[in-house]
Design a protein around this ligand. Structure first.
Ligand SMILES: NC(=O)c1ccc[n+]([C@@H]2O[C@H](COP(=O)([O-])OP(=O)(O)OC[C@H]3O[C@@H](n4cnc5c(N)ncnc54)[C@H](O)[C@@H]3O)[C@@H](O)[C@H]2O)c1
Length: 332
């Protein structure tokens, strides 16, 4: 597709779920890309693959990161992070070091290179604020620091603070996007949509917690990527944060029923979390963004209906044997 755009982007976490889709989209519009990731490079199919350079390294290693973010870079999409409940329970210190100190390294280098930064943040920064839908400047309501569950929220919030501080103190051209329950092809089977599809296609029962009464706003990967690129390109995004999330609220039970209908697997096991996981387990009853700002400023809309996104994801998964063979990392 198209010729070279003349833009040079760095994508940290470019081997991950969101990052790999972003890389594909940037390649399609002609960008030169450097992927910085601690995981080994993944072979890229399709046109433009020769425009991707890989730097393998850890975000905490500023020298390694400096081999990716150099003065020729126009924009850094900073997506690399320790993500997922299973990981922030098993690697609580890495969550803080990578998500905060790694971001600090990205900001230092991007500032020196005079590059724009787009920080991928999360709806988790709002914690358990009951006042949904959440505006960008909604309050953060969190639990105790003795619960590792909240370290991800705090590490990402500190990364946001540092990004705003660089923008105000040093004039760094930076913007923040907060994703809400992104799903789609290639996601690790550790989240409600990916895990349910993974289990259903492996002929295993799907699992819901507390009868699946919690609600979420599910955002298809293509929409999340579109919002990320709009935030990078739009001159009005500087120093701003945007909620990038569908505003359609579904219960987890509804989503699992849809997956059941689309895959033909209808066994669902219900976990009573109070009994099985103890009182320290905390779930959020509702998580809803107000994404009107992204619409007004960036012209972003969540275009993919949940059913359509699930159909695409299931179709992809049926043909992805390597993905179906991955271990299921969720708690039962
Ligand atoms: N997927 C979602 O629903 C969602 C929701 C909210 C926010 N986010 C944010 O979006 C970003 C991408 O998430 P994802 O779902 O693609 O996660 P992912 O786990 O699929 O990808 C993260 C990538 O970062 C890399 N990485 C991790 N630690 C690193 C380190 N120390 N140095 C270098 N690379 C490292 C990993 O190898 C991986 O390729 C993250 O910043 C996450 O916080 C995602």
């Amino acid at each position: 597709m198209g010729g070279k755009s003349g833009r040079h982007a760095v994508v940290t976490g470019g081997n991950g779920f969101v990052g790999s889709h972003l890389v594909r989209r940037l390649l399609d519009r002609g960008d030169e890309i450097t992927v910085f990731d601690s995981a080994p490079p993944q072979p890229l199919a399709g046109p433009g693959a020769e425009r991707v350079r890989h730097v393998v390294g850890d975000l905490r290693d500023a020298a390694a990161l400096g081999r990716a973010i150099d003065p020729g870079v126009d924009v850094v999409y900073h997506l690399a992070a320790v993500v997922g409940v299973d990981r922030y329970l098993s690697r609580p210190l890495d969550v803080i070091d990578v998500n905060f100190m790694g971001t600090r390294n990205v900001l230092d280098l991007a500032h020196a290179a005079n590059a724009k930064v787009v920080l991928a943040s999360t709806s988790e920064v709002f914690g358990k604020n009951p006042a949904v839908p959440w505006d960008e400047d909604g309050d953060r309501v969190l639990g105790a620091t003795s619960s590792d569950r909240w370290s991800y929220s705090s590490s990402k919030a500190l990364a946001e603070h540092a990004t705003f501080a660089f923008a105000r103190q040093y004039g760094l051209n930076a913007t923040i996007v907060r994703y809400f329950n992104v799903y789609g092809p290639g996601q690790r089977p550790a989240y409600i949509v990916s895990r349910s599809i993974h289990r259903a296609l492996n002929n295993r029962s799907m699992v819901v917690y507390d009868q699946g009464r919690q609600t979420r706003c599910f955002t298809y990967i293509d929409d999340a990527v579109a919002g990320t690129i709009l935030a990078a390109d739009h001159p009005g995004s500087c120093g701003q944060v945007f909620n990038i999330g569908s505003m359609v609220e579904n219960t987890v039970g509804e989503v699992v029923r849809l997956i059941s209908e689309l895959t033909g697997v209808d066994t669902v096991v219900d976990v009573d979390t109070a009994q099985k996981l103890g009182r320290s387990y905390e779930d959020l009853p509702r998580r809803i963004p107000n994404s009107a700002k992204a619409r007004a400023v960036l012209g972003w809309e969540c275009r993919t209906a949940l059913r359509d996104g699930l159909v695409k994801t299931i179709e992809w998964a049926r043909a992805a044997d390597w993905w179906l063979d991955l271990p299921d990392t969720g708690a039962e």
